[in-house]
Ligand binder design. Structure first.
Ligand code: PEP
Ligand code: MG
Length: 536
């Protein structure tokens, strides 16, 4: 038995077998114990990559036309190319090195050859070869030890990306152990929404793969090869947690109202349709934030209009008339989809993120808008836009919504004409011009995670800065106060949907300010209702 102490990032405890996920950058030369096995791993990863490319190709064909689909067709041909495959096989069988390295080295060799020809077209193909190699390496790293269907595992990964959480079937990811992760990073937020305990500050090792472990996301302790006594202790703890949950369940159906009668609507943050179960189980009064970009990450690419429509419609229908606030894709920064679809940026948090990306990709943006407009017929759907910094940006969004309506009208597809449009207040700029934005918007939602990041100039992902992260900083609280005041002056509702919404030390202040909505991960709804009911 070995005990490691890290930092608890998402509370809760779990026991199970470890799944070690190799860091992609670690496609370094590692001796292959059994070259035949490595060859088989390569073949499986190649097949999976070909299937992925096939799906991307289809999507590109329907959404961006034949010309764009041809890029993925060409990539498929390269991956089936005899020379490329012979090079991978030779490195595995003759040099007896691992598949990841064989793919990396072959990709680099082919890309260099093509780039050296000086031919512009062939140079472009060089980028495709690199892209393909990265895709295969990613699959090899994700499935190195083979995740079996329905198998429940603890993920141990040095630098997990949000998409890594979707490697697992729903309900099969027990917990996450990682080297570096801040509580405000999207991986942590996603895990919190899905109720997955997380510990950071522990460097995972390849040798842990398949071994039993206990993760305690509250204390930050990670126990490898636990004995029966420790497993018994975990069972007792879980029984205690169940008692607390039972007591909280008494609050289901009760009003989110303080002793003096101040009311607030407590909604849930979700990332996809399966999160609805825990939202309903915890008696949410609506969906305050549907992080629609998680649909992209789950799928490894942009979902089609039909796929999005299905997801939004299901959520709207199941909420049965309670409000559902969909946020348009907030891609970029630490929320990337698939390989090769995004460029490297110097400062991704300050780069092509959120609404900037949607406005730069109008086809994809309007696909999403059409899906939302159609789904809005099935419930009380609202739409909001992330990372707004100016009135101009919001007006552009409105223009795209009008155009999306026109497109649907032309095609005779039914949609809701009256769709409420909101601004996410996530930048100091938006908070400071909230008086003007309130004249254009139907509602505000304060994204306190990003508002903290951009107000304090602190990268929410950088764990070295965790000591400086202060969501109670007077500058931040002042921006929130100003936003709430300006919203109410204009007669529009305002909510908070960042992590701060669930901070019960601020509940009284939010009630006093008259914040209309607090939106939190599903398992925080009832503790928050309890706090509201204990407020004056
Ligand atoms: C926020 O920034 O507070 C927010 C709700 O959006 P996200 O955490 O997804 O960036
Ligand atoms: Mg945000």
């Amino acid at each position: 038995m070995q005990r490691f102490m890290g930092k608890g990032i998402v509370e809760g405890a779990a026991a199970g077998s470890v799944f070690f996920r190799e860091k992609e950058a670690q496609a370094v030369a590692r001796a292959a114990a059994d070259p035949a096995e490595e060859l088989e791993r390569y073949q499986l990863a190649k097949d999976a990559a070909l299937a992925e490319l096939g799906r991307l190709c289809e999507k590109a064909r329907t959404e961006a036309g034949e010309e764009n689909a041809a890029i993925f067709e060409a990539q498929k041909l390269i991956l089936e190319d005899g020379g490329y495959n012979a090079s991978v096989s030779a490195i595995i069988t003759e040099e007896k090195l691992c598949a990841e390295y064989a793919v990396k080295a072959s990709g680099e060799k082919y890309a260099a050859k093509l780039a050296a020809t000086g031919d512009e077209l062939l140079k472009e193909r060089a980028a495709d070869v690199k892209d393909i190699s990265e895709r295969v390496i990613r699959i090899l790293c994700g499935g190195a030890e083979g995740l079996k269907a329905g198998e429940k595992r603890i993920l141990a990964a040095e630098e997990p990306a949000p998409s890594d959480l979707f490697l697992f079937e729903r309900g099969c990811l027990l917990a996450l152990v990682t080297k570096e992760l801040s509580a405000e990073a999207h991986v942590a937020i996603l895990a919190r929404t899905m109720g997955i305990p997380v510990i950071a500050g522990i460097c995972p090792e390849r040798g842990w793969n398949g071994r039993q472990a206990i993760v305690d996301g509250s204390s930050g302790s990670f126990i490898l090869d636990p004995d029966e006594e420790m497993l018994g202790e975990l069972r007792r703890r879980k029984a205690g947690e169940e008692e607390r949950r039972k007591a909280l369940r008494e609050l289901k159906g009760k009003a989110s109202q303080s002793r003096s009668g101040k009311k607030v609507r407590i909604c849930a943050n979700i990332g996809n349709v399966p999160d609805l179960d825990s939202l309903i189980e915890n008696d949410a009064e609506g969906v305050g934030l549907f992080r629609s970009e998680f649909l992209c990450m789950e799928q490894g690419g942009l979902p089609s209009e039909e796929e999005q429509f299905e997801a939004y419609r299901t959520v709207a229908e199941r909420m049965g008339g309670r409000p559902v606030v969909i946020r348009s894709f907030d891609l970029g920064a630490d929320k990337q989809v698939g390989s090769g679809e995004t460029e490297k940026e110097e400062n991704p948090a300050l780069g092509l993120r959120g609404i900037r990306r949607s406005l730069a990709q109008p086809e994809a943006f309007r696909t999403q808008l059409r899906a939302v407009l159609r789904a809005a017929l099935y419930g009380d759907v609202l739409l909001m836009f992330p990372m707004i910094i100016s009135e101009e940006e919001f007006l552009q969004c409105k223009k795209h919504v009008a155009e999306a309506k026109e497109e649907l009208k032309q095609k005779g597809v039914p949609y809701r004409e009256e769709l409420k449009l909101g601004v996410m207040i996530e930048t100091p700029a938006a908070a400071l011009i909230s008086e003007r934005l309130a004249k254009e918007a139907d509602f505000f939602s304060i994204g306190s995670n990003d508002l903290t990041q951009y107000t304090l100039a602190l990268d929410r992902q950088d764990t070295r800065l965790a000591g400086l992260w202060d969501a109670h900083h007077p500058a931040l609280l002042e921006l929130i106060r100003l936003t709430v005041e300006n919203a109410h002056k204009a007669g529009i509702p305002v909510g908070i949907c960042g992590e701060l919404a669930g901070d019960t030390t601020l509940t009284q202040a939010f009630l006093d300010q008259g914040v209309d909505v607090l939106s939190v991960p599903p398992n925080r709804i009832l503790p928050l209702r309890e706090a509201v009911r204990n407020c004056e």
